[in-house]
Ligand binder design. Structure first.
Ligand SMILES: Nc1nc2c(c(=O)[nH]1)N[C@H]1C(S)=C(S)[C@@H](COP(=O)(O)O)O[C@H]1N2
Ligand SMILES: [Mo]
Length: 377
């Protein structure tokens, strides 16, 4: 008597709500989530470097590639997740709703899996378009919910292992769908592949510059912005216009020797040019030729020991970007600069004038702009 609407037997007759289709789509979705998880954990470690972990400063494009993959795999996962949910949603109406405690727990874990998957993809998307409508801090929440999602996913794969192994290889059965006149599995997968291709191409240009023109939906594009480089936060938004225009601006270095430099004095030191990307956690990246003073030269002058950590302060206050620390892997690297110029011009105000940090294989958030003070630890 309770079995009404979709709860009636035989409501779903399209052959594509079958285990084989669920497994085929699930594999692709699982692969996308695995890429998101691994690159996400890596990004977390690079932004919150634990004391025991030394990070490589090469390849210089490492973070650009892994974070570009993180965002691209997350975007590709959206059509995959929608397809997977469509394939399996008739299971929402299984009868009885809970056969046993075990069955009830299993269904609960699926609820957690679906909710966290939707949450991760939605918050990630909202973040890369730089809209922050929530009251919670995005980074830690996205990170920890990622662990819950991964746990629920591993549990789900474990529970479904018999079904997965049974349907992993294509069975001898005829193509479903063809018989009942509905869409064929091949048709569904082709449409799905096309959707993944379109959403990827429409956005991947934010980190793969040759594809920028083909990516109308990329939130940021290499080459668009002052000095042909995107900007996340402008000098005016950061509230630093006054101090960076102050002719009294000095770079101070607090080490065994206390030093202070005007911009002209920094420009009189040996200048080095390096080609390095800014790779934002939000997925966009762009390369530029940066010119300035090597951090290790400045630290040597300040009498810093070889393995000293450097703490860098921005003129920007009350922001997660106000202070950053850089360990020896970066400070000793010849490519790590206190940049004064970009693409042959003096640094634009929005790119960190009078001086900013640029280091190889580093998340964009740690490439501090509007630097005024450094401390040798
Ligand atoms: N002081 C300060 N430094 C900062 C930021 C900031 O908002 N304030 N944004 C960071 C982020 S998130 C990125 S991706 C890069 C972007 O550098 P760009 O604006 O020169 O492209 O600067 C980083 N350095
Ligand atoms: Mo960023």
């Amino acid at each position: 008597m309770l079995r009404k609407g979709p709860l009636r037997e035989g409501t779903f007759r399209t052959a594509l709500h079958d285990p084989r289709t669920a497994v085929v789509v699930g594999r692709l979705l699982g692969a996308a989530f695995a890429v998101c998880f691994l690159t996400g954990v890596l990004s977390h470690l690079m932004q919150n470097q634990p004391g025991w972990l030394a990070l490589p400063s090469r390849p210089v494009w490492g973070y650009q590639v892994t974070q570009g993959l993180h965002v691209a795999a997350g975007i590709a996962a959206i059509p995959l997740l929608l397809a997977k949910l469509w394939v399996v949603y008739p299971r929402l109406y299984v009868w009885p709703p809970a056969r046993s405690v075990r069955h009830a727990l299993e269904r609960l874990s699926i609820a957690v899996l679906v909710a966290t998957a939707l949450f991760e993809l939605a918050t990630g998307m909202i973040n890369i378009v730089q809209w922050y409508p929530w009251a919670f801090p995005f980074v830690p929440v996205h990170y920890w919910v990622g662990w819950v999602l991964t746990g629920a996913l591993v549990l789900h794969i474990g529970v479904q292992l018999p079904v997965i192994t049974e349907h992993w290889a294509r069975g001898p059965e005829a193509e479903p769908g063809a018989a009942d006149g509905g869409p064929s599995r091949r048709g569904l997968l082709a449409a799905l592949g096309a959707s993944v291709g379109v959403v990827t191409l429409a956005t991947v240009g934010q980190s793969v510059s040759p594809l920028a023109k083909a990516s109308p939906l990329a939130p940021r594009r290499p080459g668009v912005g002052p000095q042909r480089l995107p900007v996340n936060r402008t000098a005016s938004q950061a509230g630093v216009l006054q101090p960076i225009r102050d002719p009294e601006w000095r770079l101070t270095i607090a080490g065994p020797i206390e030093l202070s430099f005007t911009r002209a004095e920094l420009l009189a030191m040996p200048q080095h040019s390096v080609r390095l990307p800014i790779a934002c956690v939000e997925g966009w990246s762009a390369s530029a030729r940066w010119t300035g003073v090597r951090i290790r030269d400045l630290m040597d002058r300040a009498g810093a020991p070889e393995d000293a950590t450097l703490r860098v302060f921005s003129l920007e206050q009350f922001s997660p970007y106000s202070v950053m620390e850089m360990r020896r892997e970066y400070t000793r690297d010849a490519l790590t600069l206190l940049a004064l110029g970009i693409n042959g011009e003096p640094l634009a105000e929005d790119h960190g004038y009078p001086a900013r940090i640029i280091a190889p294989n580093r998340p964009g958030v740690l490439q501090t702009k509007w630097v005024a003070r450094m401390e040798v630890l």
